[in-house]
Ligand binder design. Structure first.
Ligand code: S3P
Length: 434
């Protein structure tokens, strides 16, 4: 339980140029691959949030010399593929599912036993989605009876490659298997049912480790090496999404979100907002260290409800809390299907959002794999975030269109992905205080 609470006065609009913190997915991977590389990796734009810091501390605990972060700069003295050391204690990964799932694969091929633990939310999240394929590769990983953390990864398994078809569209599972594949005999292949974020594949290539992509299958050969490189982490589109939605729904808004990662496996939020009538313009598109980046200008506009194309769901998987607020401000019904994964994020995001929207007087009906939201007026309310950073930030933005103040309980976890959210939101025009 945490007691940090957001209080937001109703109304206002968002203005100005904003740079949100670094991409969480890319920050995690920079520490993991930089640690296993030969040589020194310089990272800039690193997300100094609790989740990526948990990964950083875990690799430090396994003997990697990591300097920083200081002003987003991190220097990683890579130890090579076989240089990690047994940590003195269990690795505490806090709220971070990405750390635990990716590290399960990466640690499965090491010569030491390691335990990974997490906070109350992470301790409820499903891990069999990674432990099952990893055990097919020869890894031995213990979970609780329910398949949840803590995880104990046993020492010294000789991994063999697999050819695995993911049962769900999950970049975390794909990445976990590919990272185990680095240590496996033979060619490991992962086929995904729909495209998911490809930062692992891109970054492995950036570290000189070839990953082949054929259609929906990514493959790599075990036994290679990583060579240190420099990484410029773009701003996180998942954090920018709150400002995209805020600026879209609040009349008179006009913001430019700077240096945002617009990897096509992450831009579902832009496409969905545009389908709803949003006014988003990509400026100054460029490639930064293998990742596409742009400045995004967002102006307020009138939205209409849509049926969200299922193909866009994995490309916007973390942005639905914010998108549901957009749907609540749209004319007509927005229908989401094919998004059952939202029920096993940091909270059950379908239920948490439906409950909060209902309290605000919005017609929001949850379904097994999505939600139906009929746009209308929003009253102020006291909202439960369920300790989920994205639920908290989504409802903070809802106040831009509510008729009376909004309060959100349990907001401390906002710092897992977006340290400085309140300060930046105030600068942009949101009337928020803690
Ligand atoms: C992530 C993948 C997504 C996302 C998470 C970060 C990653 O999870 O929700 O916040 O960095 O690979 P799934 O791939 O399990 O959907």
């Amino acid at each position: 339980m945490n007691y940090e609470k957001f209080n937001i006065a109703p109304g206002g609009c968002l203005q100005g140029r904003i740079r949100v913190p670094g991409d969480k997915s890319i920050s995690h991977r920079s520490i993991m691959l930089g640690s296993l590389a030969e040589g020194i990796t310089h990272v800039s734009g690193f997300l100094e949030g609790d989740d990526s810091l948990a990964t950083l501390r875990a690799f430090r605990a396994m003997g990697v010399n990591i300097e920083g972060p200081e002003g987003g700069k991190v220097v990683i003295h890579g130890v090579g593929m076989h240089g990690l050391k047994s940590p003195a204690a269990a690795l505490d990964l806090g709220n971070s599912g990405t750390s635990m799932r990716l590290m399960s694969g990466l640690l499965a091929g090491q010569g030491f036993e390691v335990e990974m633990v997490g906070d109350a939310s992470l301790s409820k999240r499903p891990m069999r989605r990674v432990t099952e394929p990893l055990s097919q590769m020869g890894a031995v990983i213990e979970t609780t009876e329910k398949g949840t953390p803590p995880l104990r990864v046993m020492a010294g398994a000789q991994l063999k490659a697999i050819d695995y078809t993911l049962p769900m569209a999950s970049a975390q599972v794909k990445s976990s298997i590919l990272l185990a594949g680095l240590y496996a005999d033979g060619v490991t292949s992962v086929t995904e049912p729909a495209p998911t974020r490809d930062h692992t594949e891109r970054m492995l290539n950036g570290f000189g480790y070839p990953v082949e992509r054929k259609g929906s299958t990514a493959s790599l050969s075990g036994g290679g090496r990583l060579v240190a490189t420099d990484i410029d982490v773009p701003a996180d589109i998942s954090s920018a999404a709150f400002f995209m939605v805020g600026a879209t729904i609040a009349p008179g808004s006009d913001v430019v979100l700077e240096h945002v990662g617009v990897n096509p496996t992450r831009t579902g939020v832009i496409e969905i907002l545009r389908l709803m009538g949003g006014d988003l313009e990509l400026l100054n598109e460029r490639l930064v260290g293998g990742e596409p980046v742009a400045d995004i200008r967002v102006r307020s506009s009138k939205l209409k409800g849509i049926r969200i194309p299922e193909a866009l769901v994995p490309l916007a998987i973390d942005e639905f809390p914010a998108l549901f607020i957009a749907a609540a401000c749209a004319e007509g019904e927005t229908i989401l299907t094919g998004a059952e994964e939202l029920r096993v994020k940091e909270s059950d995001r379908i239920q948490a959002m439906a409950d909060g929207l209902t309290l605000m007087g919005v017609d929001a009906r949850p379904t097994a794999d999505g939600i139906v939201i009929r746009g209308g007026t929003m009253n102020g309310a006291v909202i439960e975030s369920h300790d989920d950073h994205r639920i908290a930030m989504a409802f903070a933005m809802a106040a831009l269109r509510s008729s009376s103040p909004v309060s959100v309980n349990e907001c401390a976890n906002v710092r897992t992905s977006f340290p400085g959210f309140v300060e930046l939101a105030v600068k942009a025009g949101l009337m928020i205080s803690i």
